[in-house]
Design a protein around this ligand. Structure first.
Ligand code: F0G
Length: 457
């Protein structure tokens, strides 16, 4: 079996047609969208790889579960079913349902953090950082140095740098209410964190009396990487690995739109009741009653099934192979990307395609426009538009990497879609000297990439 093509381990039961567009039409659509792919109509996109969040295909078992949804306001059966599933995987007693990941962040941070605090993390995702900064809490990224070098090969590039964490705990301990860890590390390339790193980080935090909160959007992908790469885990089941990972944490936030294989949903889980009253207050204030938060009963049913399907080993093997497959094709064309490929996405290094474009012209953003125009592919810039800032004096700060992320919805695209994408990306590289940079004409203060408007330089 080893040398054969890895097949998608599912059959297709229901299809959604893709509208075929021409290059000329796409130029028009992109200009109407102010050169921001977030502002395109989805129907004008051929391969929608903007995000793996909430975009996957639910299984027939999940759709069947939808019909079991108990929509009671309080005490719904669906809540208890999901609580039980989560307790089995995470070992945590308290389950707080929210409508998606950022709501879990808002509720937890709002309950626990105060102005002037500081949170260490391998890398904060954009919404996590924004939710902290909104509360005037400093979000500090401490991924290991390899995690910031697209070319550096390391099996666990999502690991947090424990030396720098300890410095921070020593010098700023009084400002740190808890430590965070994002698995997999989305911002750094969908890169996994090793079990050893999770364990040591948790012990280090414990030594200073600080809880560990994990951001676990892609925990089963992380577990599969541990199984494949970390000695001692090759014969463990994904469930066993997940239980051990969660065992080191005191709580977690999750956007269920990723590894729980649902289109909407999220939650907080907590091991003890230290913050529970405050968290529940915030939940009721912003999301909903304790037993549904921001979700319908049917969403919770689908999630309970999706969490289990997301831990299936055959599915996970195929899932990680998908990104690796596209990575191999890019490698043969001399296109740089974050190596090794992560779990849910391929992150193209825009500087390898546009080495001469000045940073002020946002090369990764410019590349995301070119991919849409040439191939109808929608990816997302993870660079200086997303993570840079315009300061009050009008100057700009820039991000250390200029990446375009192609994130793959789960169980949705087949191998020929990836072959097509590789061909289109190759054509973009071949005519890279014609790609124009962009300038921002309009932007918001927080999360500016979602709505910013641009013009060609
Ligand atoms: N944390 C991580 C690591 C994420 O990747 C995301 C979302 C969130 C938190 C927030 O969750 O969207 O449900 O509110 N990531 C998506 C992405 C949007 O495209 O990577 P949310």
């Amino acid at each position: 079996m080893q040398n054969r093509t890895m097949i998608e381990p599912f059959r297709i039961k229901s299809v959604e047609p893709i509208k075929v567009t021409t290059r000329e039409e796409r130029v028009k659509y992109l200009e109407a969208a102010k050169l921001n792919v977030f502002l395109l109509k989805a129907e004008d996109v051929l391969l929608d790889w903007l995000t793996d969040s909430g975009t996957g295909a639910m299984s027939s078992a999940q759709w069947a579960a939808v019909m079991l949804g108990d929509e009671s306001y309080a005490g719904a059966k669906s809540y208890y079913k999901l609580k039980e599933t989560l307790a089995d995987i995470t070992g945590m007693e308290h389950f707080i349902p929210t409508h998606q990941g950022r709501a879990a962040e808002k509720v937890l941070f709002g309950a626990v953090c105060k102005n002037g605090d500081l949170i260490p993390n391998n890398c904060h995702f954009d919404t996590t950082r924004a939710n902290l900064e909104f509360l005037e809490v400093e979000a500090v990224d401490l991924v290991i140095p390899e995690g910031l070098q697209p070319d550096a090969i390391h099996p666990f590039k999502g690991n947090i740098d424990l030396g720098r964490v300890e410095d921070l705990l020593k010098n700023n301990g009084d400002r740190i209410p808890f430590g965070m860890l994002t698995i997999t590390n989305n911002t750094g390339g969908g890169q996994p964190v090793s079990m050893a790193n999770i364990r040591e980080y948790s012990q280090l935090l414990k030594k200073y009396g600080k809880p560990l909160i994990m951001d676990v959007c892609r925990f089963s992908e992380n577990a599969m990487f541990i199984k494949m790469r970390e000695p001692g885990y090759e014969n463990k089941t994904i469930r066993e690995i997940c239980r051990e990972m969660f065992g080191y944490a005191d709580g977690a936030t999750m956007s269920a739109k990723k590894d729980a294989l649902v289109n909407i949903g999220g939650f907080i889980v907590l091991r003890n009741d230290q913050w529970l009253d405050k968290v529940r207050e915030m939940l009721i204030l912003f999301e909903g009653f304790l037993t549904y938060g921001g979700m319908a009963g049917r969403d919770m049913e689908a999630m309970a099934v999706g969490l289990e399907e997301g831990m299936d080993e055959d599915y996970l093997r195929y899932r990680l192979r998908t990104a690796e497959y596209l990575g191999e094709k890019l490698e043969t064309m001399g296109i740089g990307f974050v190596k090794p490929t992560g779990g849910h996405a391929v992150y193209i290094d825009a500087k390898s395609v546009l080495p001469n474009m000045p940073i002020e012209q946002y090369p990764a953003w410019a590349l995301s426009c070119a991919l849409y125009i040439e191939g109808g592919i929608r990816g997302v810039e993870i660079g200086s538009v997303m993570f840079g800032k315009r300061l009050t004096d009008g100057t700009e700060t820039y991000h250390s990497m200029e990446l375009v992320r192609l994130a793959f919805p789960r169980r949705m695209y087949t191998q020929s879609h990836f072959d097509f994408a590789a061909e289109a990306i190759g054509e973009v590289k071949a005519s890279a000297d014609k790609i124009r940079g962009v300038r921002i004409t309009r932007q918001a203060k927080f999360l500016r990439h979602f709505t910013a408007e641009f013009e060609w330089v």
